[in-house]
Every structure is written in C-alpha cells, then in structure tokens.
Design a binder for this molecule. Structure first.
Ligand code: 13P
Ligand code: 13P
Ligand code: MG
Ligand code: MG
Length: 389
C-alpha cells in the first residue's frame, strides 16, 4: 500500500482544516482487574460493567482514547482501549485505575465478593503495574488490515499463555504458516521473563527452540512476555505477566491474565492463533488458586466458572482495527468448532477432581496461593521425631 496515502489517512484535521501530524502509531492497551465477584468469584455484576463503560465513555469524549470496549471473563473486568499515547502512559493507567476504583464503589454497595480484590494500594503513582491490575499493551503502526485477538482468562496465571504462544509462533504442526509462508519462515523471537528473579531473556526460533522450552515448560516461573517477527521486527504478541501473590506477599487471587495477538500477513492466521485451544492444556489456578485443571475455551456467555470455581476459562475476542477503532468483537470460542474442546475439558475435570487434595491436582506446596501448612506444622512440631539412619 502507498505509505503516503496511509499517513494522510491517519493524520487529524487541525483547527484550520490543515493536516495536523499526529503520532501515527496506535497503542492497544488491555488492563484488567477483579474488583468484586457476583456471586462468589463467578462473574462480574452488570452494574460494574455499566460503571466501567460510563467511565471510559467520558475519557472517549475527552479524546484521551481513540476507542474502547469493556468486556469480562469470570469475575474479571477487561478494559480494551486504543489511543495514541504509547505503552505505560500515566494518563491511560490512571484512567484504568479510576475506572476500577469507581467499580469498586459499586461492588461495595452491592457487597460483592472480594470487593476491591485486585487494588492492592490506595496510592496510585502513574502506573498500575505492581498495584494489582493486569496489563498487556503494544504500540505499532496499523497495517492495511489489522486483525487482532484479545485473549482473557479467569482462574489461572500468566504462564497459562506459554503453551499456546509456543504452539502459535513456534510449532509447525500448529502453524503451517511457519513452513509455507515466506514472511514467517524465518521464525520469531520470544521474550521470556523470570517472574521470581525479575530477569528477561530473548530466544530466537527455530534455532533456540530447545533452549526456550527448558524455561517456558515451567510456566509458574518463566513467562513469555512478548513475541517479535524476525522478518519485520514487528511486535506480534504481548501478555500480562505480573504475579499478584508474590507482589502482595499474601493471597489475593490468581492473576487471571490477558494477552494480545496480532494476526495475518506474516503473522499466524486467526485460525492458527485459535488452534492451540482446541486441546485444553492443564494450567494452575482453579479453586482457591491452588489447583491444576484444564483451560476451557468458551464464548462470553459461557465464561462463568462454576464447578469447583472453574474449570479455568479463556475467551478470545477478535477485532479489526480501523484507524484505531475497534471493529468487533468476534466471540471466537462461542463457535461449535470448540464444542469438543469443552467436552474434553469437562472430561479432564471429572478425572482430575477425583484426586481431591492430592498432587498434581492440588498444586505443589510452594505454588499454592494459600496454605495452612505453617500453622499445622507449628502445632505438630513436637510430634515430629528424627528417623535416624
Ligand atoms: P494471509 O497470508 O493473508 O495472512 O492469509 C493466510 C490465510 O489464508 C489464512 O488461512
Ligand atoms: P479469582 O482469582 O478469579 O478471584 O478466584 C479466586 C478463587 O479463590 C477461586 O476459587
Ligand atoms: Mg475473584
Ligand atoms: Mg478472576
């Protein structure tokens, strides 16, 4: 496409009607939080959704945003916003923070469960990272056609994206584009974060595939944060990575992550991006954030965890961006093609639930979000005797 024509289309008219240059890049920000469940930890009350929409529509009118869409999965509110202010922008983060604060007021009035759960501090200081809400943001030049998929999960942790991201961008048995699309054949770079030691490292695929898997096969410790095309250098995917439990030093709920994936034209096709979810993988989360279970792909109407507060859910919303406008959503997992994945997830749930408090259904001691172990241990300390040699 003619680059010049593209630039003119993206610029705003100034007051005198002249073309005023604007930041031609668009930023897509998805910021989410659980500020109170209806009922228990199962869903978001409609009054909270209405309050969130009201808050973002005010910002839209003030032209802070280009567009927005408010969504939810389980008990988590997801603010999907486009703007021209770049990632980590204080005004955008403040908008999200204040929106969640407003929603918390409503949650308190209705005495919803865990009102304000994810807002760990009263003092907002320019960025919601580290304060509780989950954040996935990317800035890019909008292509001639820009299909994106926003993934939103409940009752699990950010590492839940490791497996599907690897399938989408690293596995030719999932993504045939890696084999037959000349614009994908070089592969992708994976930025991996160590969530415990706060370090990051970049792997280049396919040549470092085995090295990558050593780390991301441990999703409670290493997390794929972002993916970049080796052909164009463009950002292709980004996930939210904060681990609430470690940040807060106490149990405040699983992180219930979000992820943005750009598709097509040198990136995986939409169908390649959805494909990994056809076979529900096991993730950490579920009841009390302390169990392993299958990640069930669902449409929004089915995104209310029930059985044992689950099984964990994932929703995929598709949008075409048009000069930053969010054209959509397409509720991908509502499709019948994912019926069998849901049935399989239910079958896995039946099986693994039988283990009750035994690992690997219950998470390893150090992975559990809360535990009575220290108390029980203290009470029984005197009863433990040396076994001897
Ligand atoms: P693009 O090369 O336009 O992304 O199309 C791939 C395709 O045909 C999807 O199935
Ligand atoms: P959420 O993290 O979705 O609030 O769930 C917490 C929980 O304990 C579910 O049993
Ligand atoms: Mg909750
Ligand atoms: Mg939740």
């Amino acid at each position: 496409m003619d680059q010049g024509a593209y630039q003119i289309r993206l610029s705003d008219k100034g007051e005198g009607g002249e073309n005023k240059p604007v930041n031609s890049k668009i930023t897509l920000s998805v910021i989410k939080a659980d500020v109170g469940g209806f009922v228990g930890h199962s869903s978001v009350h409609p009054a909270l959704m209405a309050r969130a929409k009201e808050s973002l529509s005010r910002a839209d009118k003030e032209q802070l945003l280009v567009d927005y869409h408010v969504s939810s999965v389980g008990d988590d509110i997801n603010l999907i916003m486009t703007h021209r202010h770049g990632v980590d922008n204080p005004e955008i983060h403040q908008l999200a923070w204040e929106t969640f604060k407003d929603c918390t007021d409503v949650a308190r009035e209705l005495k919803l469960y865990g009102a304000g759960q994810d807002l760990l501090s009263d003092a907002f200081s320019g960025n919601v990272r580290g304060l509780g809400p989950g954040v996935a943001e990317m800035e890019f030049t909008e292509r001639a056609s820009e299909p994106v998929v926003i993934f939103m999960a409940d009752k699990t942790e950010p590492g839940a994206w490791n497996y599907p991201l690897f399938k989408m961008f690293g596995d030719p048995f999932n993504t045939i584009g890696l084999v037959i699309d000349p614009k994908m054949h070089q592969g992708f770079k994976f930025e991996v974060h160590d969530l415990i030691d706060h370090k990051k490292v970049v792997f280049s695929l396919p040549e470092e595939l085995y090295d990558l898997l050593v780390f991301i096969g441990a999703p409670g410790h290493y997390c794929v944060k972002g993916i970049y095309s080796k052909t164009t250098g463009e950002i292709a995917a980004v996930s939210s990575t904060q681990r609430l439990n470690l940040m807060a030093g106490r149990y405040v709920g699983k992180d219930d992550p979000v992820m943005i994936v750009r598709c097509q034209s040198g990136l995986p096709a939409v169908g390649e991006v959805l494909e990994p979810f056809a076979n529900p993988h096991l993730v950490s989360g579920w009841m009390r954030g302390s169990h392993t279970g299958p990640l069930m792909p669902v449409g929004r109407a089915q995104s209310t965890p029930t059985r044992f507060d689950g099984p964990p859910r994932v929703v995929a919303l598709g949008f075409q961006l048009a000069n930053g406008k969010l054209v959509g959503p397409q509720d991908f997992f509502a499709d019948v093609a994912f019926d069998r994945a849901r049935a399989k997830a239910n079958e896995i749930a039946d099986y693994i639930r039988h283990l009750g408090p035994f690992e690997p259904h219950r998470l390893h001691l150090e992975e559990m979000e809360y535990t009575t172990l220290p108390d029980v241990m203290k009470r029984l300390t005197d009863r433990f005797q040396d076994i001897g040699d």
